[in-house]
Write a protein that binds this ligand. Structure first.
Ligand code: K7E
Ligand code: CUA
Length: 624
């Protein structure tokens, strides 16, 4: 059966023993043929008439595409792809000097968890942070321009999968590591795993004015694997909670060897305490970075047992509880911060593991929610009425339940195998309770076939009533992991880049354009405008540039069309170069003219009726 094949191909989570559950996936899927009046009312919910706008933005991670996909909710129309870790010729991202340097030579990233900057536990809509599991990076997207503005590669990390998440005032963007690794990534035998390998959590700060990251300090932990984690809110605001797996220290065949223990741990770390220690100079230095072992700090780290191999933990909007879901245990476990703090206060630890005090499960756990037949709970989202929503990877559904009572209120099928879901304002202290989008790993037979690999899919579900209502499914680009949904009123985009006379390399008037030669460097200070390039206004042909083979060429181009949406492109034939200049933006293209010949230059972004005429020449004179 097709379904069987698809599911067994998912690997990882669907280890052999779980294949037995596959049949649950089809059981309970409702008849999807709705009456035409039903369909009409659903269609009306997502129809945005011309001239009106979607109420929400959804920012969805693009996994190993390294990109961010932006959707309008409820229409589910994709409105923008923002390149973050991957070069993108459509915008010239990774081609112009600044973004090329930012990418640091990498051509891809693996982006899982977007985090919008927060103020008092609420999305403030200024920046969005992104993690790159593949190359230990963190990135910031400025939500006034939808441009990536900074990327930092973090040392000592082994794949920061569990990030990004932010503390409630974005004091820190937290990046826990997935793969244990020796510090600095040094060579070390796997036999020495327990002693020499570490799990590292990076605590990163972001300066909103300078738009720059800084690595404040790193927390050094036992070589467990850390999975999706969260920051506390309100009463728990000084804490971060992190799920762990592979507390078995398996170094091979993790699928089996890291699933031995009946319980793994949720680690609670008090970042305020660590911050204080670091400020007081109590840290170790390694290659200029500040490393701190929380076990050396009284009251900074604790752990509580949790059902085996959890995939994530989420803090409730009011900050009083944290909820863990286990890939290999079919239940959601609700823990109380208040109870945890009490145990910590009284010092009633049951055990110690690797120097970490272990809190008694029974005393910190508040309830276990185990809906019959619901399998593979992964992640939790919230509404404004005290309810939680869990995606069930294996039984392909979302389960709605009440946090206070643990009562299961409703269940709805998804199409198929959701990883995360995203609720409107779902990670904030004030979720909106309006929509939830299931981010599915499989689409099976939902859409026109595109061959053996089908698109991923997303289900839009209305959660405003007691019963959830499935509204529509759309294909998505690979690979959706997590998304955040923010009200459109919180996003304030600029219309053009402000004209800034002091901006380096910018030229604002045609008369100031010039070509400056300095040895074998050629700097072109030019403008792009409808519908021409001017590189040197005084030259016989202002749109031609003559260089010598081997010259290092810099095109500093300013788009002086200060009108919204008038973007110019700049492509050079056969040089594999293209970039984009948005209104009021100055960008630099740097390259070595290593091919002699005659190369047309043209505007690649349709900008005016005479866009086709917007061109020039690069003449590269052969070297002797
Ligand atoms: Cu895909 Cu959050 Cu990386 Cu779960 S993660 S599904
Ligand atoms: Cu400028 Cu097309």
């Amino acid at each position: 059966m097709n379904w069987n094949r698809i599911l067994s191909g998912v690997g990882g989570i669907l280890a052999g023993l779980l294949v037995a559950f596959i049949f649950f996936a089809d059981v309970g899927q409702e008849d999807t043929t709705a009456s035409s009046s039903d369909n009409q009312s659903k269609a009306e919910k997502v129809y945005v008439p011309y001239g009106e706008l979607d109420e929400y933005y959804m920012f969805a991670s693009g996994g190993h595409s390294g990109q961010l996909f932006v959707y309008g909710i409820p229409s589910m129309r994709e409105i923008r792809t923002v390149p973050i870790f991957t070069p993108d010729p459509a915008t010239g991202y990774g081609y112009d000097k600044e973004t090329k340097e930012m990418l640091g030579g990498y051509t891809w990233g693996d982006f899982h968890h977007p985090a919008i900057s927060e103020t008092e536990g609420d999305y403030d809509g200024e920046f969005l942070f992104a993690n790159d599991v593949a190359n230990n990076r963190i990135a910031a997207v400025d939500l006034s321009t939808f441009h990536t503005v900074d990327i930092m590669e973090m040392p000592n990390m082994g794949g920061p999968h569990a990030g990004t998440f932010v503390t409630q005032n974005t004091e820190y963007i937290v990046m826990p590591t997935r793969f244990a690794r020796p510090l600095g990534g040094e060579y070390e035998e796997l036999d020495n795993y327990e002693e020499e390998y570490k799990g590292v959590v990076s605590m990163v700060t972001f300066d909103r004015d300078a738009k720059e990251f800084d690595l404040a300090y790193q927390i050094v932990l036992p070589p467990w694997s850390y999975d999706l984690s969260d920051a506390g809110k309100k009463m728990s605001g000084d804490w971060i909670v992190m799920t762990t797996y592979n507390t078995e220290f398996a170094t091979t065949n993790l699928e089996i060897n890291a699933s031995q223990n009946d319980r793994d741990y949720i680690v609670l770390v008090n970042w305020k305490k660590l911050e204080e220690e670091v400020e007081n100079g109590n840290y170790n230095e390694l290659n200029g970075e500040k490393l701190i072992d929380p076990r050396d700090v009284e009251g900074a780290i604790f752990a509580v047992p949790v059902a085996k191999s959890p995939h994530g933990v989420d803090v409730t909007p009011d900050g009083t509880r944290f909820i863990a879901s286990g890939k290999l245990a079919p239940l959601m476990t609700v823990f109380s911060f208040e109870k945890a703090f009490e145990v910590i206060e009284n010092g009633n630890f049951v055990d110690e593991k690797f120097g970490i005090p272990i809190l008694p499960y029974e005393e910190v756990m508040e309830k276990e929610v185990d809906p019959p037949g619901a399998l593979g709970p992964l992640h939790t989202q919230f509404d404004d009425k005290g309810n939680a929503y869990n995606t069930m990877f294996i039984s392909s559904e979302i389960v709605k339940w009440n946090i206070e009572t643990g009562e299961v209120i409703d269940r709805i099928p998804t199409y198929y195998s959701p990883g995360h879901s995203a609720a409107a304002e779902g990670d904030t202290v004030n979720p909106d309770g309006k929509w939830i989008v299931a981010l599915n790993k499989l689409s099976k037979d939902n859409f026109l076939s595109v061959g053996p690999s089908h698109p991923e899919s997303a289900d839009l579900i209305d959660i405003s009533g007691e019963k959830m209502e499935h509204i529509m499914a759309v294909p998505t680009d690979p690979e959706p992991h997590y998304a955040q949904i923010i009200h459109r009123d919180k996003i304030n985009t600029i219309e053009i880049y402000e004209k800034d006379e002091s901006k380096e390399n910018a030229v604002w008037n045609q008369e100031d354009t010039r070509i400056v030669r300095d040895g074998d460097e050629v700097h072109v200070y030019g403008v792009a405008m409808r519908s021409k390039f001017i590189f040197d206004a005084e030259a016989e042909r202002p749109d031609a540039v003559m260089v010598k083979e081997g010259d290092r060429v810099f095109f500093h181009i300013t788009n002086i069309d200060l009108d919204e949406d008038i973007t110019h492109g700049f492509g050079i034939l056969e040089y594999d170069l293209n970039f984009e200049i948005q209104p009021g933006q100055t960008s630099t293209l740097e390259f070595v003219a290593d091919k002699a010949g005659t190369f047309p230059i043209y505007c690649t972004n349709f900008c005016s009726a005479l866009h086709q005429e917007m061109s020039g020449y690069l003449l590269v004179e052969p070297a002797e």
